[in-house]
Design a protein around this ligand. Sequence first.
Ligand code: AMP
Length: 175
Amino acid sequence: MKRAVIFCSASYSIDPKYNDAAREAVRALHRSGWTVVSGGTVKGTMGVIADESAAVGGTHIGIVPRFMSEVLHPGLSEVVWTETMSERKRKMREGADVAIALPGGIGTLDEVIETLVLSKLNRFHGHIVALDVDGFYEPFKALLDHYVATGMLDEASRALISFPATVGEMMEEIS
Ligand code: AMP
């Protein structure tokens, strides 16, 4: 089974449009037979996508640090416990054919940047996409382009991440 790791917000204070897009993405992934891997807690978008997987009967694996056990999502297909956040990031990526960043905060940014760096160094071999819901990722895109313009980042590495604007576009890119 193809495996998609999803990085996303742990916040309860975001615009509902981001969680609507997250539900749509997870439904589309399961419909196409993907296993979803996430941070596996009930918090924010993470909880929303685990709920959605359970509702549609999709396989959803949560990678959860032991110190977050009290916020473990109860509907996961499988739980993988880790001791640290670093180990969690490594295990989330393990075997992933695609890494998907949904709109998120600094935790999501950390996860996607680490994945991008590993991809640049040929240590991660999947696709990397950031779902650009309503232009959410425009500032991040602009930062990457600024890095290219100033020689801090080469074009080939910049091209390792794409920014589909819709779930349909994202599914086309990763299939
Ligand atoms: P953020 O984007 O800052 O809301 O952080 C969420 C992302 O980072 C998720 O993909 C998680 O893997 C990880 N993370 C950071 N903080 C938390 C938290 N309080 N609870 C669960 N996961 C978290």
